[in-house]
Structures are given as C-alpha cells and as structure tokens.
Design a protein around this ligand. Sequence first.
Ligand code: IVH
Length: 666
Amino acid sequence: MTEQEQILSLREQLHKHNYNYYVLNAPAISDKEFDDMMHLLQELEQKHPEMTDANSPTMRVGSDLSKDFKQVQHRYPMLSLGNTYSESELTDFYNRVKELLGNEEFEICCELKFDGTSISLIYENGKLVQAVTRGDGEKGDDVTDNVKTIKTIPLVLHGDYPQSFEIRGEILMPWEVFEELNKEREAKEEPLFANPRNAASGTLKLQNSTIVASRKLDAYLYYLLGDQVPCEGHYENMQKAASWGFKISEHMRKAKNLQDVFDYIKYWDVERKNLPVATDGIVLKVNSLRQQRHLGFTAKSPRWAIAYKFQAEKALTRLNQVTFQVGRTGVITPVANLEPVQLSGTVVKRASLHNADIIEGLDLHIGDMVYVEKGGEIIPKITGVDTDSRGFMLGDKVRFIARCPECGTPLVRFEGEAAHYCPNDAGCPPQIKGKIEHFISRKAMAIDGLGPETVDLFYQIGLVHNVADLYSLKAIDIRGLDRMGDKSAVKIIRGIADSKQVPFERVLFAIGIRFVGETAAKKLAKAFGNIEALGNATKEQLMEVDEIGEKIAQSVVTFFALPANRTLINRLKEAGLQMEKQAEEEVIHSNKLAGLLIVISGLFRHHSREEYKDMIEKHGGKNVGSISSRTSFVLAGENMGPAKLEKAQKLGIKIINEDDFLQMLL
Ligand code: IVH
C-alpha cells in the first residue's frame, strides 16, 4: 500500500471508529489504538500536503485562528415551530390537521424538543461542506470550523446518502459538561452560563475553534431537506440518516392517534430528567412528506408540526431571609434563604439573587411568598413575588447591604458592573482564606496535603494570614494541631517547599489577580517575562498582549498599584518562588528568510497566524498581505482562499505548507 493509499484507508477507519465511539457509544478498538492511528495519519498527512482534506478526522482538533463569521443565506429559511403549553391546544392542532387532510389517515412522529442551538448542515458528495447557525432565519453565521470539532457530527458519510442535502438539528452541551464548565468559570470568577443552551450557543460563536473542541458539544439531527430525500416518511428518513452516520434520537416514535401522543408526553415529562442533555418539550410532526406538503406553511412556521413545551418547574415558597456571601475576590453574592420546598426532585432551600438590580426589580420583602424556578438552570432562581398573599403584614424590604458582612468595610461598585465588592482584600477573612485556597489548588501551586479545612485552621489560630506566611511555616508549628501527626505535618511542609519550583505562569495565576485566569496568566508571563516588568506595565502595554482586554489590563494595574500587594510579591520572591519565566527553546534568530516576501493564507495547526508572522520577521523575512509577482512564496494552511490559490498558480509562486516552512527554519 502506498502512503497515499494508507492515508485514505486510515481516514476511512478513523471516521468509522469515531462514529462507533461517539454516535453508537460502542467503541470497537481501545483509545490507545485510536490515538495511535490518529498520530500515524497526522504524520502521513504532514508528509503529503498534496493530500490535505478539509474533512480528514485530523481536522477535528480545531484551529486557533481568529476570524469573524461569514454570513450565509439559508437555502430554505429556518422557520420556528408554533408552540403550546396546553394539551387542549394539541387536540386543536390534531383536529385541524385531520380536517385539512380531508379525514385521510395520518401518523404523527413524536420526538424530544432539544434545548440547544439549531444548526443547518450541508453535505455534498458525502462530505460536510458547511454549517450555518439559524441567525435571523434567512441568513446565519458560517460556523463550519467550529462545528467540525463536534465529534458526533460526521465529516464524511457512509452508505447510500443522497449526493446533496441539508440536515438540521440541535447542538447541545450535555449537563455534565455544562456543570464542569461552570465550575471552572466559578473558580476563575468568570460569569457563569445560565443554562446549557446559552453555553452551547456561546461556544459555537467562539472565534477560536480549539476552545470549541475542548467544550465537548454534542448534536442531534431532526430534519432532512433536499431534492433527493430517500423516503416518503420523516421518521424513515431519520432512520436512513442514522445509517449514514448521523446521531438521531433513539426516542422518536410514530403515533397513530392522539392518545399515543399524550402517552408519549406523559412519559417524557418525567423521564427527560434522566437524559444527559436538556430538553424543553416535545415536537410533533405529521410523518408523511406528501401530507406535509399538502398542509404547507404559514408565514412563520409549518402547519404540519407543533411544539408542546413542558412547564418550567416552579414552586411557591416563603422567603425567610437574605444573606450576603463574600467570595475570594470580594464579590458579594446575595442569597435567598427559603422555606424548604420540593422542586424537580430536589429540596430547594436557597436561591441566588444575583445582584442589587435583580433584588430591586423584584421588590422583595422578607416573608414574601416567592416563585422559585429551576428551568434549564442548575442554580434555582426567584422569578417573582406572589403579591396577593402579602396581606397586612408586609415584611422589611430587602435592601442590598452597604458594608461587608464579614469585615464591615464599605462596599464598592465599579462602573458598568452589576456586582458589589468588598475592597478590603487583605483584611477580610473569607477573601483571605479564599485566596489561600485558590493559591494552593491543583491548577495553581498544587500544594499537597493542604486543603480548605487546614487553611481554615491555620487562619483561625493565627498561623497564616496570607499566602506568603505559608513559606515561613515549620513542621514544629503545625505538628499536633487538630490531630495532625508528624507525617502529615512533614508532608505539608514538603509540599510547600516543592511549590517553589512551580513555573512563573502558574505562580501568576495562583496570586489571584482578579480576572487573571490560567490563559491570561500564561500570556502575561510570556509577554513580560518577570514580575517586575509586569508590575511596571501600563494599561496600554498590557492591552497590547494577545487576549488581554481592558478589563484584565485594568485589574493588573490596580493590583500592582496597591503597596500591600507589592509587599506580598516581594515576600514570595524572597521565599524563592519563580517570579521569572524560564527561557523556552527561543527561536534562534537567523537570516534564513532574509529578503523574502511571504504571504500567509489559510488555517494552521501548529502555530497561530500571529506566531508565523513573528517567525518570519525573526528570521529576516517580511510578511505581506497580497500575492504579486514579487512574492517569494505562500505559507499555506488548510482552506487557503481560492482566489489566492488561483493567483499564486497563475504567477507560478511556490506554495509551502507549515511543516515544510518549519523545516526551513531548523
Ligand atoms: S423541527 C420546520 N425538531 O426547536 C421544523 N425542532 O421553534 C423545524 N428543536 O428552531 C424544526 N428539537 O431549534 C424540530 N426534534 C426537533 C427539535 C427542534 C429542538 C428546536 C429547533 C427549532 C425550535 C422550534
């Protein structure tokens, strides 16, 4: 077998294994075998740039190239569905269909209404060529690169698929992924996604498909369109689509009468809670395409389908008290303490009130009967007050506090932000403890043996007031405390000592500058090299760094403007922590590209476009925007623009792929 043939065979096998693993949930080979095949394919593809294929399984990794989305006109407008919450309106729908079909027999396909973000996928000759969001229904965003990272969406089909068709469905973030993502965001004090739907649509619109790939989106397809659909029934078409490689819900059922429909609804209103993804109702579709055509559309939606929405789960209960919590960075979160009430299978005692504006908007009074909802959210929220049940005894109006409940410091609210903060970050107990907990956590300094309870204990007895104090601890200070044996004491002290080797970027993350998460810390460490340079940087200089916006830049400046923070950093430095970025294999500056004019085009895998620009310059070359007869060569990635390709070919200009380019610089 030639290497070219091997590439084709590996691609075919990997597509199949992807399908077995992600769609059928039935892997046929081990993860290791899969990875090995993938690596081999990657290697071979690098050797054979002429074999590049936008739909190769290796393309699922995404690209970190930023770009705005192209707007695309939908071939068939993406309409919405009429919807109802009432069974009697469903009966009306059913009877209307019956009447319009002149009492002809008909079947209704019942399916789950997935609560994500809708997508239209275009396939030509068995390959995914375009993925477009709903947009305004007429035009949507071309999010093909992002969608290609979703493992349950086939890039290449198998079986007897039509040459050209469109298939629509829903992109979803599974509950588990959503909860994990929010946990990470909470740790970074980034705004949480309210529900998996927002998280899915937010993710799909990200400019960096590498991040999209990491978010583990899923997709169900539910509507096939085109001139050559294989079957006369919608249900049958979906089964066909499943055989080509699509993920189709296994819970679709054909109903012969209204009773079947109600049974389906009744079952799923309860059972949906056990599904891995969010659903918000049931969709009913007349199954026969001929009958669908006969029924047609209104201006907004098909007459042959309707959505029945489940009631958002709601409960009425008493508001007993509002408390205010102080987070690691001083954010104040108001929490409603409720008379315990049963809601979607759990007992709810507390609900978030988010911020002062929300409290004001609800006009809350202590003792009010309030509506609590869970809907798509995991954190229950208060959506309204039952003012009728107030009577004569109106409780105190709930007001946002003016001082920190923990340390009494007057709160501040920054312009344009909804949250209130306690600015006393060096003296406010939960902030101090929270900062230490963050500092020792796995992704920060990863100090073994220390956990929140130990931190709390050390703080309570006055051993540790800030993270720098950790480095003065001795085994003798902590041995014997609260059943702490010699072994644990030694382990903690060793863990603390070991943390002095943690690289600068993680130290920077560990320090806990507001809004500086792991990525920002990496970028800042790389750009400034050491803590002094970072501390002296102006807001403008900070904003010149890739991915550092005004919010982060301002926060860094504010942090270093505080003498207490500078003292802390100095103490950490004296303790021996890494405050300087270790030299990486620096790009050796050379003249290898001296005098060359190089055009960059397409999507890259190993480095970003910015990094390639940088390399060109460091090696004496010049990056130019457009191809002319003077261009030395084009550095081409995946999906190089067709106009550029044509021009380069016409002028006989060499096209070099990224691997060969990197080779040139060695
Ligand atoms: S069929 C013309 N089926 O609900 C019919 N839609 O307002 C096209 N949805 O935008 C839609 N699950 O995003 C259909 N099983 C399902 C669905 C579904 C969720 C979404 C879809 C659409 C909205 C309807």
